[in-house]
Design a protein around this ligand. Sequence first.
Ligand SMILES: *[C@@H]1O[C@H](CO)[C@@H](O)[C@H](O)[C@H]1NC(C)=O
Ligand SMILES: *[C@@H]1O[C@H](CO)[C@@H](O)[C@H](O)[C@H]1NC(C)=O
Ligand SMILES: *[C@@H]1O[C@H](CO)[C@@H](O)[C@H](O)[C@H]1NC(C)=O
Length: 417
Amino acid sequence: MVSVLLVLKDKCLGARVNRNKAHSKVVDVTTFGAKGDGVADDTKAFLRAWEAACNKDSATLHIPVDHRFLVGPLTFSGPCKSNIVFQVDGSIIVQVNPKAWTSKLVEWINFEILNGITIAGKGTLDGQGAVWWKISKLQDEVNDSRYSGSSLLSVRPTALRFYKSYDVSVQGITIQNSPKCHLKFDFCTSVKVVGVTISSPADSPNTDGIHLQDSRDVEIHHSSMACGDDCVSIQTGSSGIRIHNINCGPGHGVSIGALGEDGTKACVSNVSIYDIKIHDASNGGRIKTWQGGSGRLKSVSFSNIKVSNVRVPINIDQFYCHDKPCSNHTSAVFISDITYEKVTGTYLDTPVNLACSDDVPCTHLKFKGIELQPADRDEKSPFCWNSYGEQQSGAGCLKTGTPPNDPSLGHSPKDAC
Ligand SMILES: *[C@@H]1O[C@H](CO)[C@@H](O)[C@H](O)[C@H]1NC(C)=O
Ligand SMILES: *[C@@H]1O[C@H](CO)[C@@H](O)[C@H](O)[C@H]1NC(C)=O
Ligand SMILES: *[C@@H]1O[C@H](CO)[C@@H](O)[C@H](O)[C@H]1NC(C)=O
């Protein structure tokens, strides 16, 4: 009899334990002291909640709706016990009090060394960019004691960044008014971005939408980006990239590079960009490299790109130079196997600008179905320099065949990727 009772008791306890266990998988930041009133600083509460979530099996860290959580720089580090869902239903707002920014922090919310991390929800990350943009623009004139000695003056952080993580997913959220880049992936593998909205004014400085560096196997789709810089920027070490069903504008278009800065070697390959709308942008599908770099960019396709009011819809610029004096060099990142197919719509300055390196020509370019009209002025001819390949229909000015100094032949080992 006693033993039967014990067994029953065990069963009931077991059931309760299981129910509690299921329930306890949701970690709500408010139960860790976060106020979410837009006034109190919730940074420490977020860190305590993260620690709890990180030590559970398959936890969801919940940022509840109808709250405004004010937080300073945060790093959420792994490894964690298992995959984590960071469910953002409310708003998270950056703490602009310079006291929160005493060290040279370059990210606001940073996730690192995680295996399975999902950011989901209908909530918003607000980077209060106007505070930083103003400082950036007036840097020499600003003499406000509130900012003295603070990195608010010298560092504009990326809003949301992932570092050395695998199986990363960002879904549904809005990231707005980032001080600098909105969403960044460094050394990540297996990344998905879907249904994300990025929003900043056209004149906000260096506010890239999404920045990929040293990341592989990335899919970005069904998202929209309005910002003051590249909607998507693909940097060295990236491969296996698919970007589709994106609305971009205002902004600087979808860009690869700038690669090869300060004589560095760059390797980017297997990038597929399709079914994209770009409006009110300085560029459409752009590739930019600095002179003096090395390495290789290959296997890139831009297809079904609809542009409207875009200054230069198709742009390969191997003479990229920005914010510093640039001298002429003979070495360059070797660009080959780039396809532009079905790029249609209106341009403001020129439809096609291909400025390939004098010494390292671009080869195996392919143009097909380029139908671009001027938005509000006389038609301009496409410009091509040292660019070789095949033109099947529509506008373009490629030289056919391969150049006499074909870089893919006597290829120097330093360019091997
Ligand atoms: C900036 O502030 C310092 C200290 O308050 C003052 O000495 C200096 O004259 C100010 N500079 C300008 C340009 O206003
Ligand atoms: C190119 O990348 C895709 C993912 O976008 C991948 O499935 C495919 O295997 C890659 N191809 C090559 C040749 O690496
Ligand atoms: C670099 O080369 C371009 C084109 O050949 C030339 O116009 C320019 O003056 C050169 N710049 C320098 C700094 O030598």
